[in-house]
Design a protein around this ligand. Structure first.
Ligand code: ATP
Length: 233
């Protein structure tokens, strides 16, 4: 579904990505792990179209979108849940969810809201409250649900576990694993390599802008280099 070929990206003279290849197949959950500053967020931003690409190509369902606007990519079905969640704090939980569906209309949106509430009863309970009053984990759930309201073909998740207490981290990874069971195609960026590779079909390891390893999730988890560098073993 997503094919990234020889991707290069710069911030001025700083090269953040250097010839990166990555693919995500339909229905797959792919994890991209790496240390702080490795270039993970930059790669996601290149896919959603908010970061200029200086070399290589991004293909979505066979179509070259390297130069497509972020707007076009959203219309094609690419949704990103950004790092730091970026809720509209003063708006209610429900209004935040509705914003995820602004491109759609009618009774289907109401059905989708019900499905989100079924999946996350806590959001139903708090649907009239300002999003800013939710806990960090609840805001992360809301951010994921908001993205799902657009019916994405591909969901990009940037560090969903960042800043959350361990119990909530578990909950977020369970949520992501459930999305995969429901056949959502996911590209998950995480510093929490253990949890991310634990639920991923396949994983990639990025080091200072270069892809250094790729394999199935379970095989990466037992890879000596990964264990030493990212799992603290
Ligand atoms: P993190 O987990 O901290 O978000 P990351 O793996 O996502 O790390 P990126 O944020 O993609 O890494 O950063 C990759 C490189 O690009 C780093 O060297 C970083 O310092 C640099 N960089 C990122 N954003 C900018 C920016 N706005 N201006 C200049 N350099 C930047």
């Amino acid at each position: 579904m997503l094919d990234i070929e020889g991707l290069t990206s710069h911030y001025g003279r700083i090269q953040a990505l250097d010839g990166v290849d990555l693919t995500v197949g339909e229905g797959e959950l792919v994890a991209l792990v790496g240390a702080n500053g490795a270039g993970k967020t930059t790669l996601l931003r290149c896919v959603s179209g908010v970061q200029p690409v200086t070399g290589g190509r991004v293909l979505f369902e066979g179509k070259d979108i390297t130069r497509a606007s972020p707007h076009t990519r959203v219309a094609l079905g690419i949704a990103q849940v950004p790092e730091g969640r970026q809720m509209f704090g003063p708006l209610s939980v429900e209004d935040n969810l509705r914003l995820g569906a602004v491109r759609r209309k009618g009774p289907k949106v109401a059905d989708d809201l019900e499905r989100m509430y079924e999946r996350f009863p806590i959001l139903k309970e708090k649907r009239r409250q300002p999003a800013g009053t939710l806990s960090g984990g609840q805001q992360q759930m809301l951010a994921i649900c908001r993205a799902l309201m657009s019916h994405p073909r591909l969901l990009l998740l940037d560090e969903p576990s960042m800043g959350l207490a361990p119990l909530l981290v578990r909950e977020i990874f369970d949520t992501v694993a459930r999305l995969k069971e429901q056949r959502t195609t996911l590209l998950l960026v995480e510093q929490n390599a253990h949890a991310a590779l634990g639920i991923a079909d396949r994983g990639y390891v990025l080091e200072t802008g270069r892809m250094v390893l790729t394999d199935t999730g379970p095989r990466l988890l037992s890879n000596d280099r990964v264990k030493e560098a990212y799992l603290g073993l």
